[in-house]
Write a protein that binds this ligand. Structure first.
Ligand code: PEP
Ligand code: MN
Length: 351
């Protein structure tokens, strides 16, 4: 349920209203927008009498929200969420963020040289897996603790914040210094893991599971947000379909759809979505033009010998080339670019 307050509602009355709701056992989520203040009610609202809320002086209107996700819902929070990383880079609300690096951390030399190369090409975040979810138990599983140590070394060398995947909540102590924690496609519905990440105060990037709907993705975001962590980034990385020409099928329409449904930033991973390096730049450009808030791209200095996902990794030169084209479509911070709010406003109408 959401309650939209009148423009001239007095602060004191708003606070009284808020504590009245809390006394009924409801959590509230206050979103102060340019035009009005929205109070989102989370919890069992079935007993709440809409009429008595409507009767209050400060209330403009009351609506029940049908969607099961509340905190992640655009109706709860009109403005785009903007997440600021250590060092100042931002994502969301017109800020565009590129994360790049190898699928997995292999050696100190590899991660530092790739970090320097992606930084020079304009990436603002370094990616690299230390814990790898591999289909085969015999495949390289990542360097684990040592991989995290090398990522932090690369951050020290370049100043780039780090995004890396967590597979087990028991590993959380190792992630204390990590800037963005990634939940991989295979763990999108690991609810106990999501609950633990909800207790943190750092950004969580959730990848869409390969057979999950957007509503399920938003419910996973809701798990993190319900715990009190509202710094969630959604990631489209392709889904499993009958098509075999690409590793997965990348659906660009999810970008405006997610922007309409949610205020959270949306990034696209064309590397895992296509599985082939030749397709990465075209799909990255497509995603950028469709209004994605960022990209996550696999880059390797020696893709032929990569321990994981070589065929979909760009060489640094190719990545730099792609970045120049991305920038031509989308400067890093351009508030006039189509954000979720613009999608909501309609623009082209419904004809
Ligand atoms: C990755 O980012 O390296 C990864 C394993 O991605 P996904 O979870 O999307 O397969
Ligand atoms: Mn990978």
């Amino acid at each position: 349920m959401i309650v939209i307050l009148k423009k001239n509602a007095e602060q004191q009355q708003v606070e009284l209203f808020d504590s009245w709701l809390h006394n009924m056992g409801l959590e509230t989520h206050m979103s102060v927008g340019e035009n009005h203040t929205i109070v989102g009610l989370v919890g069992d609202t079935s007993q709440v009498d809409i009429e008595s809320i409507m009767a209050l002086d400060i209330v403009e209107t009351v609506k029940r929200i049908q969607e099961p996700y509340k905190n992640a819902n655009r109706k709860f929070h009109e403005a785009d969420t903007v997440i600021t990383l250590p060092g100042g880079a931002k994502i969301g609300g017109g800020h565009f963020l590129v994360m790049a690096g190898p699928c997995s951390v292999e050696t100190e030399e590899q991660i530092i040289s790739v970090a320097q190369a992606v930084k020079a090409a304009g990436a603002q975040v370094l990616r690299g897996g230390a814990f790898k979810p591999r289909t085969s138990p015999y495949a390289f599983q990542g360097l684990h603790e040592e991989g995290i140590r090398l990522l932090l070394k690369a951050r020290e060398a370049t100043g780039l914040p780090i995004v890396t995947e967590i597979m087990d909540a028991q590993h959380l102590p190792l992630f204390e210094e990590i800037d963005i924690i990634q939940v991989g496609a295979r763990n999108m519905q690991n609810f106990e893991l999501l609950k633990q990440l909800g207790k943190l105060h750092k950004p969580v990037l959730i990848k869409r599971g390969m057979a999950n709907t957007l509503q399920e993705l938003l419910m996973s975001a809701e798990y993190v947000m319900a715990g009190g962590n509202d710094q969630v980034i959604l990631c489209e990385r392709g889904i499993r379909t009958f098509e075999t020409a690409t590793r997965n099928t990348m659906d660009l329409s999810v970008i405006p759809v997610l922007h309409q449904l949610s205020h959270l930033p949306v990034v696209v991973d064309p590397s895992h979505a296509t599985g082939r390096y030749q397709l990465v730049a075209p799909m990255a450009l497509g995603a950028t033009a469709c209004g994605a808030d960022g990209l996550i791209i696999e880059v390797h200095n020696d893709p032929e010998h990569a321990l994981c996902d070589g065929p979909q990794s760009l060489r640094p030169e190719k990545f730099a080339d792609m970045m120049a084209k991305v920038r031509a479509i989308r400067p890093y911070s351009d508030h006039s670019f189509t954000t979720g709010q613009a999608v909501l406003d309609g623009g082209a109408g419904n004809g």
